[in-house]
Write a protein that binds this ligand. Structure first.
Ligand SMILES: C[S@@+](CC[C@H](N)C(=O)[O-])C[C@H]1O[C@@H](n2cnc3c(N)ncnc32)[C@H](O)[C@@H]1O
Length: 194
């Protein structure tokens, strides 16, 4: 059996499969997310953070779900300099490692790393003033997205605010075939699948 047919038999929404996938692409992730979005991803992350409602009190806690290499933290900490902690939750060990290597010294003391499945997090009830997630939703099917929504409702304090962003499959868009070619062929190759 070839690696291609092995992969075809995989459940792409299985958290273990996703963790392995991102472990393997962790060193290239930052570069390719920028290239594939033509640099727009930086702006989109900033826009996602801009939608958050500022916490009323200082010393607030933010949770970054599917944090990856921590690309959203500079936006978060620039907009909310009085945040006490950003809890960075991600299932991929290597994405956390990449994030640590990338951490700006000025932010390091504010980040708490949590290697966990966002669908089963044991973060406490009413833990967070803010919940943010950038480009992690595509790794879930619709029933998992419902579980995630319940998790967000559980960990968010009353009056807290959340903002999530994801790229959609641009059905009806003239350039969709090019986009699908990029996603289906180039990304898979770059991520180590032949
Ligand atoms: C496309 S990356 C997004 C990373 C980052 N938020 C960004 O803006 O670039 C998706 C991330 O979601 C993580 N992830 C996928 N499923 C997860 C799960 N069930 N629990 C926690 N993290 C998960 C992956 O490990 C990966 O780091």
């Amino acid at each position: 059996m070839t690696s291609q047919s092995n992969e075809a038999n995989q459940n792409i929404y299985d958290p273990a499969f996703v963790a392995d996938l991102f472990d393997r692409c962790s060193s290239n992730y930052r570069k390719w997310s920028a290239v594939s979005s033509f640099g727009f991803i930086y702006l989109w992350r900033r826009q996602c953070v801009a939608r958050l409602i500022p916490p009323k009190q200082s010393g607030a806690i933010a949770v970054d779900l599917m944090a990856g290499t921590g690309e959203v933290w500079p936006h978060l900490l620039r907009r909310f300099p009085n945040l006490d902690t950003v809890t960075a939750l991600d299932i991929s060990h290597r994405m956390h490692l990449e994030a640590v290597e990338r951490l700006h010294g000025e932010f390091a003391h504010k980040i708490t790393h949590l290697e966990a499945d966002a669908l089963q997090t044991d973060l406490p009830v009413d833990h967070a003033d803010l919940v943010v997630s950038t480009f992690g939703l595509k790794t879930f099917d619709t029933s998992q997205q419902t579980v995630l929504a319940n998790q967000i409702a559980r960990i968010l304090k009353p009056g807290g605010s959340f903002s999530l962003i994801e790229a959609s499959d641009p059905k009806g868009w003239m350039l969709r075939p090019l986009y699908r070619f990029y996603l289906d062929r180039l990304c898979r190759r770059l991520n180590g699948f032949s």
